[in-house]
Design a protein around this ligand. Structure first.
Ligand code: AMP
Length: 219
């Protein structure tokens, strides 16, 4: 099964993608996570991408398509992938179809997490993650059970994304509206698009996605 999670920054794509990995034995391919790993490793790609990411703009289609192409070709992705943060442009959507078709595969469903943009700045500005295992937390909505200690791995250091500040979030939302939202009709025309209310609690969103997958995709 190959799934795409679409939605603006802060819609909950990363959270839901991690849950889908566990439930359906998929590999999560998050282009944002891949780019942040390149930045952290100080590679040439990471150095070039950092400025663009910090400005809330999109990294070039060619760079992103090459990165995803390499990961989709890995044996680990054979069982299926959940794409989070990709595709973000029409060119990426078309390149993805071609990459999958070359392997006799296709997209099975595109889940749009629909959210109220006014709530996104608060959602994004409060989020942080365990530096060791990546588990996600939020200043207002999801604190660790013990203050300063990760629920999942017991780690005690946390990180915040450089681009999760109010000003950059507004730029990222504008980029989403102008470059990514226009690919929704592409998937709608293929009858692949399903809409979920992303303003609900994470568990309710997960249940809604499960329901969609159970009813629209043969086991
Ligand atoms: P994300 O973690 O998905 O919010 O991505 C963080 C940043 O990485 C974005 O604001 C872009 O600068 C860059 N990025 C991630 N995925 C893509 C993509 N598919 N196309 C272009 N740029 C991307």
């Amino acid at each position: 099964m190959n799934l795409i999670l679409l939605g603006p920054p802060g819609a909950g794509k990363g959270t839901q993608a991690k849950r889908l990995v566990d439930r359906y034995s998929l590999v999560q391919l998050s282009t944002g996570d891949m780019l942040r790993a390149e930045v952290a490793a100080g590679t040439a790609l990471g150095r070039a991408a950092k400025q663009i990411m910090d400005a809330g703009k999109l990294v070039s289609d060619g760079t992103i398509i090459d990165m995803i192409g390499a990961r989709i070709a890995e044996p680990a992705a054979r069982n299926g992938v959940v794409l989070d943060g990709f595709p973000r442009t029409q060119a990426q959507a078309q390149a993805l179809d071609a990459m999958l078709a070359a392997r006799g595969k296709k997209i099975d469903a595109v889940i749009e997490l629909a959210v109220d943009e006014d709530a996104l700045v608060e959602r994004i500005a409060g989020r942080y993650a365990c530096a060791r295992c990546g588990a996600g937390y939020h200043d207002l909505f999801q604190l660790p059970r013990v203050q300063g200690v990760c629920d999942v791995c017991g780690g005690a250091s946390f990180t915040r994304r450089a681009d999760d500040n109010a000003e950059t979030v507004r730029d990222r939302l504008a980029v989403y509206r102008s470059q990514t939202a226009p690919i929704l009709p592409y998937y709608e025309a293929q009858h692949l698009l399903r809409r979920v209310d992303g303003m609900q609690s994470p568990d309710t969103v997960t249940a809604a996605i499960d329901h969609i997958l159970a009813s629209s995709i043969p086991a």
